[in-house]
Design a protein around this ligand. Structure first.
Ligand SMILES: *[C@@H]1O[C@H](CO)[C@@H](O)[C@H](O)[C@H]1NC(C)=O
Ligand SMILES: *[C@@H]1O[C@H](CO)[C@@H](O)[C@H](O)[C@H]1NC(C)=O
Ligand SMILES: *[C@@H]1O[C@H](CO)[C@@H](O)[C@H](O)[C@H]1NC(C)=O
Ligand SMILES: [Zn+2]
Length: 980
């Protein structure tokens, strides 16, 4: 019996809330008995329901567009529940809460009651339980935590503790990130199962019986905090060959009436025993698992269950004849419990499962970059959602219902959660589905805009209409283009004051800008580039951009006013010739006068200097006609035809603008590749703003465009990439830490996901590149780092999507144009994190600009901070979100690794009662990372690694209200609050 307790209360004396036992839930422990001296085969009936892929999430739910793919999740759940009710022995697991939630809402209360019963009895078990099964290569940790939180919250609130999944289940994602394992551990999961890993890795693990292992997923958190027991499923997530009894399959049913034709029980039993016995040879215990199901199966669950009932009956009947195989209906948590009981030691893994190859020329490293525009849109949407969440808390109830109507953050939360799916942000869906994900995000943002306007009206005391400009990156903003006087509200979602440069499209030539205190702000006007004119098409008419720096207080805003100066001076002009150097007080950047390319980068403070050449290239995508393999490059797979990429141009045409606010060199390489190299006066980073597309395909060649930085840094084959935007991992060319790699794709086999940054370094210099979205990249030559920016392909890569990745849109019928930024810093390795951690933080969470036309009403509150004081630089405020009427969810994160920084890798203490300016904190309770379990009730299985002993984590908070964050720690709190 498992006893599950829960309760949350605060006493009135305002001391720390206590977690008490006021209700006791009993989840009946329902695993079928196993037989200790037999081979136990755990049959796990399951369905894999993609939250959008070939069809949209709603089409999948209803079973619409079955001409594309026969799949209807509503029928699956109807049918499975019906079949579970018919026979108490049967089991089923369900994974994707986005679908389950849709179904649940439509059930009668008697059906809901029946399903609760199934859950309480463990006959229907939730696993994973997030809104979707997230992609691991292209997602950012903050969005993953959010999507798990909303799914698991729904399960907890609907089913209580018995609905809490104990097992994480990523059977389909195409490679596995260490940070995902770390997060799952901190979400309280006892174990993790997945289906896909490199074919060489699998072969090696089968031989060593290391398909079940202990993953130590953090180098900073004290074990076992980030330890996760990890199991590799035997057959992807499919049933063993010959045993698929879904309506989508064509394996023979069990024909068990000897009077009828084709009686096959003996044959089925013999084949099953053979498979079970051979599977047991590559696993450690006398328990093995078989996934009985696959994509969108169980729509007619009777087919599966009828045959599984018989299979179990007939295989076990052989025990009387001496068979040592025992088959049972099971679930991942029942299987895991047996592995835990086995009390063995497990091999320890500390790296990750990237890249994933399913054959010698089939590296799934293309999707790291596929659909770069969607990847960027998803990342901006995350930033907007965090701002929306924060302003919902800070503005109080008026945010949801105020002068601008009803606003909400829920729509955006769900849209973002859906976008984390392993065929969403990954870029591996059909085009019409990608459009649907983007539409959902846009719709979510519409709901948030109302909320944000309401909240800012409440905080500023001004309810004038706010204008949002979502296309500032291409110099489009209808208000600033035409207005003679307007104000800009700059909201800062970070918990420390931040300075950002902003660029506003304008049509005048001279403006004056003043800050919230009325002080004039240095600003200047530069002409909009030809390239930008070209990209924005007819979506705006501004001829200039107004550039100035803004500063906003932590979790707050500042207001700037902008006025046109009639007859002012002309704008700064672009000089046709390139300079040989640009610089500010931190960095000096040199160019080769002959080629117009970057040639060097120096840090003026640390007096270090490297040679740095940067250019753009494209790999010719394989069309599948190569000797050795017919694998083309596609949405998933990167397979260049040759290891030598084509150079787009040896030289760049350049223009230069040198001013006191910004220095920039505009480089033009080809009609489809250009870049601005930009250095703002107060920036420690060099900005490379690239514009790539439409990739020409009139030569019938698919193209994968990279930028490559070639430096004098002595890298010895190493480079470093982040895992989901958090901890850094070391990569080495043609090398895998846990097996002897036979490298068969010299480029694609050396690509890794980059979510927020990558760096190369030697003892003296570290060049860090911060990206604005997830991308793929590698270090093929010493001293070199390449990042794939855009890809356009003419063939499908045979992994199911059934379309070439060839993106066009109504504005770009000739092919998508994509623009983005890379931020470069040069530092000594010992202090590099002190620069790149805050820089990446500012890139992920961007300021939100809103505009009001004309004069502001007197007495408008021009400045506001939601914090009483900034948080220390090591602490990131990861989540501030309304939980229910009187409580908010808060996550505080230590954003440095333990070895990264002399100053910042120290524990930091924060006082929760002295955080917020608008909130009185009455009580606090700590939760697990996904906020579906109280921290002090979180008990996970302990596992023993081979060789090492696990350490037990102990820490104490210094005093009531004070919480200490150690390197890389995220702590999650529910705060009971009052608006001050
Ligand atoms: C597990 O194994 C260890 C060492 O082999 C032993 O000391 C311990 O008692 C075992 N635990 C259980 C629960 O059997
Ligand atoms: C913007 O400025 C350009 C050049 O000064 C001018 O031709 C155009 O009419 C202006 N457009 C608007 C809408 O003010
Ligand atoms: C889980 O949901 C129940 C209601 O079913 C609620 O009382 C409890 O506080 C929730 N637990 C957590 C950790 O949020
Ligand atoms: Zn899938």
């Amino acid at each position: 019996m498992n006893i599950c307790r829960h309760c949350f209360s605060c006493d009135s004396s305002r001391v720390r809330c206590t977690v008490c036992v006021h209700s006791v839930f009993v989840c009946v422990q329902s695993c079928h008995a196993t037989k200790p001296n037999m081979l136990n085969v755990h049959l796990v009936p399951h369905t894999h329901d993609d939250v959008g892929w070939l069809k949209t999430v709603d089409q999948y739910y209803y079973g619409d567009r079955n001409n594309i793919q026969h799949a209807g999740v509503q029928y699956i759940l109807d049918s499975v529940v019906d079949q579970l009710l018919k026979n108490p022995d049967r089991r089923f697991i369900y994974v994707e809460t986005a679908f389950f939630y849709r179904w649940w809402k439509q059930q009668s209360s008697s059906m809901q009651q029946a399903v609760k019963q199934l859950v309480n009895e463990g006959r229907l078990e939730f696993v994973n339980g997030g809104w979707c099964m997230s992609d691991e290569a292209t997602t950012h940790y903050s969005a993953v935590i959010d999507q798990m939180t909303i799914g698991l919250r729904f399960l907890n609130e609907t089913f209580g503790p018995c609905g809490r999944p104990r097992v994480a289940w990523h059977i389909d994602p195409f490679g596995h990130a260490r940070e995902h394992a770390s997060m799952f551990a901190q979400m309280g999961f006892d174990g993790f199962f997945f289906g896909r890993l490199d074919y060489q890795d699998r072969a090696h693990r089968m031989m060593e019986k290391e398909q079940e292992l202990l993953w130590r997923a953090s180098d900073s958190l004290t074990p076992p905090v980030a330890d996760l027991f990890t199991g590799i499923l035997p057959n992807g997530y499919n049933p063993p060959e010959g045993f698929c009894w879904d309506q989508l399959c064509s394996d023979p049913p069990i024909r068990d009436d000897p009077d009828l034709e084709d009686y096959n029980v003996d044959d089925v039993v013999a084949r099953f025993l053979l498979i079970a016995n051979s599977q047991s040879l590559v696993y450690k215990t006398n328990h093995i698992i078989m996934t009985m199901g696959s994509d969108f199966q169980y729509e007619n669950a009777n087919l599966w269950y009828k045959n599984l009932d018989k299979l179990i009956h007939y295989v076990n009947a052989q025990q009387t004849n001496g068979s040592r195989v025992n088959v049972l209906y099971s679930t991942p948590s029942c299987y895991l419990q047996e592995l835990h009981r086995a009390n063995l030691t497990w091999s320890l893994k500390t790296d990750d499962f990237f890249p994933y190859a399913d054959d010698a020329h089939d590296f799934w490293t293309g999707y790291f970059t596929s659909r770069p525009a969607l990847k960027r849109y998803e990342r901006i949407s995350n930033s907007n959602l965090q701002t929306c969440n924060q302003l919902e808390v800070l503005g109080g109830p008026t945010s949801r219902k105020g002068p601008f109507g009803k606003g909400d953050s829920q729509t955006m939360k769900k849209a973002m959660a859906v976008a984390q799916h392993h065929d969403a942000v990954s870029g591996t869906e059909k085009q019409h589905v990608a459009n649907d994900y983007a539409r959902r995000l846009a719709n979510g943002w519409q709901h948030c805009k109302v909320l944000v306007s309401n909240s800012l009206a409440a905080l500023s005391g001004l309810s004038a209409e706010r204008i949002y400009c979502d296309n500032l990156n291409i110099s489009v903003c209808p208000l600033t283009e035409s207005s003679k006087k307007f104000s800009v509200n700059v909201y800062n979602p970070l918990a420390r004051p931040v300075t950002w440069p902003i660029r506003l499209p304008v049509n005048g030539t001279a403006y004056s800008v003043s800050d919230a205190k009325g002080k004039p702000v240095d600003c200047l006007v530069v002409p909009v580039s030809e390239v930008t004119h070209g990209v924005r098409r007819r979506r705006g008419f501004a001829v200039n951009e107004l550039v100035f720096q803004v500063q906003a207080p932590p979790l707050g805003y500042s207001t700037y006013t902008v006025s046109l100066i009639q007859g002012g001076p002309p704008p700064a002009s672009a000089q046709p010739r390139g300079p040989t150097m640009i610089q500010n007080k931190f960095l000096q950047v040199t160019f080769d006068p002959d080629t117009g390319l970057l040639s060097g980068l120096s840090n003026l403070e640390t007096k270090q200097s490297i040679k740095l050449t940067q250019n753009f290239y494209w790999y010719n995508a394989s069309d599948g006609n190569n000797a050795g393999s017919r694998q083309p490059s596609g949405a998933y797979i990167f397979r260049p035809n040759s290891s030598t990429p084509f150079i787009i141009s040896r030289t760049a045409k350049t223009q230069t603008i040198l001013t006191s606010v910004v220095q920039e060199v505009r480089q033009w390489f080809a009609p489809w590749v250009s870049q601005v190299v930009r250095l703002y006066a107060d920036s420690r980073a060099l900005e490379l703003e690239w514009t790539v597309g439409p990739l020409p395909i009139d030569d019938s060649l698919g193209k994968e465009v990279i930028t490559r930085l070639d430096t004098s840094i002595k890298t010895s084959g190493y480079f470093y990439t982040d895992s989901n935007g958090r901890e850094m991992l070391q990569r080495k060319k043609d090398f895998r830490p846990t097996w002897n790699l036979k490298q068969s794709e010299p480029i694609a086999g050396n690509y890794y996901p980059i979510n927020s940054r990558a760096y190369i370094k030697d003892d003296v210099d570290q060049l860090t590149v911060v990206t604005d979205r997830s991308q793929g990249g590698g270090s093929i030559q010493n001293g070199s780092l390449e990042i794939m920016l855009h890809r356009r392909l003419l063939y499908d890569d045979f992994r199911g999507v059934g379309e070439p990745l060839n993106e066009t849109s109504h504005i770009f019928p000739e092919g998508l144009v994509v623009r983005g930024r890379l931020l470069l810093t040069l530092d000594p390795p010992q202090t590099a994190a002190d620069t790149h951690r805050p820089l990446a933080e500012e890139t992920v969470l961007q300021p939100l600009l809103t505009f009001i036309d004309g004069d502001l009403k007197p007495n408008t509150q021009l400045e506001f901070s939601g914090l009483l004081a900034p948080l220390p630089p090591a602490v990131h405020l990861l989540t501030l979100s309304q939980w229910d009427e009187d409580s908010v969810l808060l996550r505080l994160e230590h954003q440095f690794q333990s070895w990264e920084s002399k100053v910042n890798s120290e524990p930091v203490t924060v006082n929760l009662q002295k955080l917020f300016s608008t909130l009185e904190v009455l009580g606090v309770a700590e939760l697990n990372l996904s906020a579906n379990q109280w921290k002090d009730e979180m008990k996970r299985f302990d596992w023993t690694p081979e060789k090492e002993k696990p350490l037990l984590k102990t820490y104490e908070d210094p005093a009531t209200w004070e919480v200490t964050l150690r390197p890389m720690e995220i702590r999650t709190f529910l705060l009971k609050v009052n608006l001050r």
